[in-house]
Design a binder for this molecule. Structure first.
Ligand code: SF4
Length: 318
């Protein structure tokens, strides 16, 4: 039900929560990996890059003794080191070996699967088309895991103008957190230009991204404003905000409750709330608390699929 008329301050605010939302199995695994490493080896534990793209998660782990660095060269020789859920290029693995680091690899298994697909295409002598955002750490890691030619294609425009050495020897893979619709359009264009292009057997967009995208579409159809809780550098969170906007519903991406202005919701009767795959549920609770300090709330949760995906911890820390 969409309610279009303006509310006054005495009206209750209907808050609809997306389902599913928040942490995915890869993020749960990565965070638990750092916590276990801290418990087993004691601080400091070094983490290459933010373990997941969320400031609250990073701050909490930092308070427990994790040290986040961008380059392996910043880590003291021999230190316990966790690689982030986004994965790392081969050069970082080699550099870690050279420094004698005790490496625990928290790369999400679904990202590692894309790495393997890309390597398989390259081993067949194909040029690899990696659909994804140029500077995102997952794309940097995937590109750096493939020995061979990799073309990163970010959007339809780049897909239209990219020129391979051999148009008949191509394979594509994708970043795991892209919009399903965007990827479908880019793949269709690539297939029309290069009919022989090979692709993954299934879909590289991970289950968590797909489920959260479906949920935000359902949410956008019911409310006047969609609020996505997630970091500005979180790919999947940005896609959720964009998808809500594409559905015709105003949408906001905020890192936490403090990112919301009261004026934004004062005249609304309904809002939807979701959270990116790296945003902990406590951030949703804090947002509800902030809203409740302004307005009387009527909170409901959408029906949605129950996620049962769980990943084993990395062997080095299990
Ligand atoms: Fe893995 Fe998907 Fe979560 Fe990324 S969003 S960590 S690919 S499950």
């Amino acid at each position: 039900m969409t309610i279009n008329s303006k509310a006054n301050a005495r009206d209750s605010l209907q808050v609809v929560l997306a389902n599913p939302r928040g942490f995915c199995a890869g993020v749960v695994r990565a965070v638990e990996t750092v916590e276990r490493a801290l418990a087993r080896y004691g601080p400091p534990v070094y983490v290459r890059h933010e373990i997941v793209h969320n400031g609250r998660v990073v701050e909490e782990l930092r308070a427990k003794g994790a040290i986040f660095v961008e380059e392996v060269s910043s880590i003291p020789p021999g230190a316990v080191t966790v690689l982030s859920a986004h994965g790392v290029p081969r050069t970082a693995v080699v550099a870690a070996d050279a420094r004698g680091l005790a490496v625990i690899d928290a790369t999400c298994p679904l990202v590692a699967k894309v790495h393997a697909e890309g390597r398989r295409f390259a081993a067949q002598g194909l040029e690899v088309v990696l659909i994804g955002h140029h500077d995102h750490p997952e794309v940097v890691s995937t590109r750096g895991q493939i020995e061979g030619v990799v073309h990163v294609v970010q959007d339809l425009e780049e897909a239209a103008r990219f020129v391979p050495a051999d148009p008949t020897r191509l394979g594509y893979i994708t970043q795991t957190t892209l919009s399903v619709d965007d990827v479908r359009a880019i793949v269709a264009l690539l297939r029309s230009r290069f009919p022989a292009i090979l692709g993954p057997a299934g879909d590289d967009i991970c289950y968590a991204s797909q489920n959260r995208q479906s949920a935000v579409r359902a949410l956008a159809a019911r409310v006047q404003l969609v609020i996505v809780i997630g970091a500005a550098n979180s790919s999947n969170s940005n896609r959720l905000r964009e998808i809500a906007a594409e559905c015709g519903t105003p949408s906001l991406l905020i890192p936490d409750a403090n990112g919301l202005d009261r004026a934004r919701v004062d005249e609304l009767r309904s809002i939807g709330v979701t959270a990116g795959a790296s945003a902990p549920e406590v951030l949703v609770k804090e947002l509800l608390d902030r809203l409740a300090s302004w307005r009387r709330l009527a909170v409901a949760t959408l029906d949605g699929p129950q996620e049962t995906v769980r990943f084993n911890l990395p062997r080095a820390i299990a």
